[in-house]
Structures are given as C-alpha cells and as structure tokens.
Design a protein around this ligand. Structure first.
Ligand code: UDP
Length: 327
C-alpha cells in the first residue's frame, strides 16, 4: 500500500517524501507545481495535477493502491491571503473538499493534514496548547481552520480517521543538501537572512525591536523540517494502529528571538549580517511558542534538533548546493 503526498513538491512536502522513501514506504506525489519544484520530488511516482480536479484524483487513486493521504497542497502566504482571500478559499477549502470526496470514493481511511499555528492568531498564551482558543487573523489561518473542521465533520460520517498538525515555524533542510526551503516569493526569516548573505537580496530588515521580549524582537518556535516530517510518520503509525482522530501542535517547545536567529546565522556563515530595524510587521505577536506535550505523549515523537545553529547549518548547506535555488 502507498501513501499519497499532496503538495509533495513544496518545502515541507518534499521533505516528507524523502522521509517516507528513507523508511521504504511506497510514495505517490500529486502537485500542480504552482509553487512547488519538480526537482525537489525525490520519488518516481509523480503526478502533475490539481486536488481541485477530481479527474486528476481519479487517475492517482485508480492507478495506485493508496491507503493514506498526507495533505500539504495549499496556498500558504499570509500576506497574499489578505489581498486575495478567494484564492485561499478556492485552493485550500474547495480543494480539500474534492480530495475528501475522492478519499471516500476510493475508501481511503487515513488522513494527515498540514495545519498551522496561524489558527491561534494573536494570542498571549505561552506556551500555546491545543486548548488555546483559535482566532485566526488572516484568510490563510481561517481557511486552515475551516479545513480542520470540514475534515472533522466528514470523518464523523465517513469513517476517515485524521490527524491535523498545527505547525509553528518550520525551518532547516534535509541533511543531504539536495532539498530545502525555496520559494519564488519568500517572506520567512531564515531563508531571507541566507538569501541576503548570498547577495540574492538588497537588504534585510528586523521587523520591530520594541516588543516586550528580552531583546525587544519577536520570539518564535523554530522547528526543524526533519523533526516536523517525522511527526507525520508517527501520526501515520498512530492512525494505522487504531488511534482516534486528533489535533496536535508541532513545535520545538522553545523560542528564539529574531536577533538570536541572526547571531546563529552569523556563526554558520562566518560573517556579520547587516540589518536595519523597521516598523513592526502588522499582525506579528511578540511571542509564539508551542506546547508539544500532547504530540510527545500520544505520537511517541520528540524534537531531536534543538539548536538554531544546527537548523541554519542545514538550511545553509542547501543554499551552497543551489546558489540560485531550484531551476
Ligand atoms: N522577520 C523579520 N524580518 C523579515 C522576516 C521576518 O524580522 O524579513 C521576523 C517576523 O517579524 C517574525 C519572525 O521573523 O517575528 C518570523 O517570521 P516568519 O515570517 O519567518 O514566520 P511567522 O512567525 O510570521 O510565521
């Protein structure tokens, strides 16, 4: 039996595929390559197609014996979702509805869904548990929450079992340097710092240094992408051994400030990183740290990589091998 990875050409999806292959699990990828990279997909069974298109799903499910789906395919830029919300409702919510219909049609029972800490919005809770009230502040977070609920209602009537995983700040790259974090439109801290250091960007700004944090810059929970994808494998094991549907936070359970990340990057690169301090970015809370206790206990999983220097070393390896990103 095989696992279908939707969005397997994206940043986290491509690392998921590598992890499944390393565990000798048959893997099939469906991706429309709107933001993903074919070069990042390390498995042979690749379908270029769209989850919104039921005939693409028919082809994938009828040509392969799939018993589980790990669902990453989505639009995932917070800023873009503010200016183009309907793109997010269409791709994320409508797309997942079509995927769920196909899962029911082909009697596929196990689903791991890629959700986000953005469902919590601007919370003061430290750490954030799965019980922290949800309050998304963008169509991106709102659509991920809508999907979580749609999956839950569908699961109740269809016999699908699911795990929704709310990611904090995914970062780092595969240890082999072959795959990593690369987007045409980049907004994330670590890739921006690395691209700036490689001369691919004109400047780098720290968004606000007047937050109520030890050094005034925002604190986030940076989880290595390899630890993140290993939690998905643990979620599949959990579902296949009869575990019931659940939601889990995925984070390191510890936070680092923007300046701490800059210092860690300087150690890895061996050069000073020049930055300017600008206004706060709209919607950025001071501190976002996950409680990962529930995932540790129920999925028997833990974060192994705890040092931002190791995370950035791995991300840097990818940049050294791909000076201009994927082709
Ligand atoms: N950040 C920054 N400069 C940038 C990009 C991000 O100072 O050019 C900060 C941002 O304000 C946040 C942290 O880095 O505090 C992580 O931001 P990112 O966009 O990577 O992830 P988010 O936490 O927004 O999901």
């Amino acid at each position: 039996m095989a696992v279908l990875v939707t969005g397997g050409a994206g940043y986290i999806g491509s690392h998921m595929v590598a992890e499944l292959l390393e565990n000798k699990i048959e893997t099939v990828v469906l991706d429309n390559l709107s933001t993903g990279n074919r070069e990042a997909v390390l498995c042979d069974r690749f379908y270029e197609g769209d989850i919104k298109n039921s005939s693409d799903l028919d082809k994938v499910f009828s040509e392969n014996e799939i018993d589980s789906v790990i669902h990453f395919a989505a639009s995932s830029l917070v800023g873009e979702s503010m200016s183009n919300p309907l793109k997010y409702y269409n791709n994320n919510v409508c797309g997942t509805a079509v995927l769920l219909e196909a899962m029911i049609k082909y009697d596929v029972k196990n689903l791991v869904f890629s959700s986000t800490a953005a469902v919590y919005g601007e919370t003061d809770a430290i750490p954030i548990t799965e019980e922290t009230p949800v309050n998304p502040k963008s169509p991106y977070g709102e659509t991920k929450l809508a999907i979580e609920k749609m999956i839950d209602w569908t699961a109740r009537s269809s016999g699908i079992n699911y795990i929704s995983l709310r990611y904090f700040n995914a970062c780092g790259a595969h240890k082999n340097g072959r795959i990593g974090e690369w987007r045409t439109h980049e907004t994330h801290l670590i890739p921006l710092i690395l691209q700036y250091s490689r001369g691919l960007r004109d400047g780098f700004k720290v968004f606000g240094n007047d937050y109520d944090t030890p050094d005034g810059t925002c604190v986030r929970d940076y989880i290595h992408v390899i630890d993140l994808v290993k939690a998905h494998t643990a979620a599949l094991v959990y579902l296949k051994s009869g575990g019931k549907s659940e939601i889990f936070n995925l984070g390191l359970g510890n936070g680092f400030s923007v300046l701490e990340i800059i210092r860690a990057a300087e150690k890895v690169i061996g050069q000073k990183i020049k930055y300017t301090v600008s206004e706060r970015r709209e919607g950025d809370p001071a501190v976002l740290i996950a409680s990962n206790e529930k995932a540790r206990k129920m999925l028997l999983w833990e974060c192994k990589i705890k040092d931002p220097v190791e995370i950035i070393e791995d991300a840097w390896k990818f940049y050294l091998k791909h000076p201009k990103g994927y082709n």
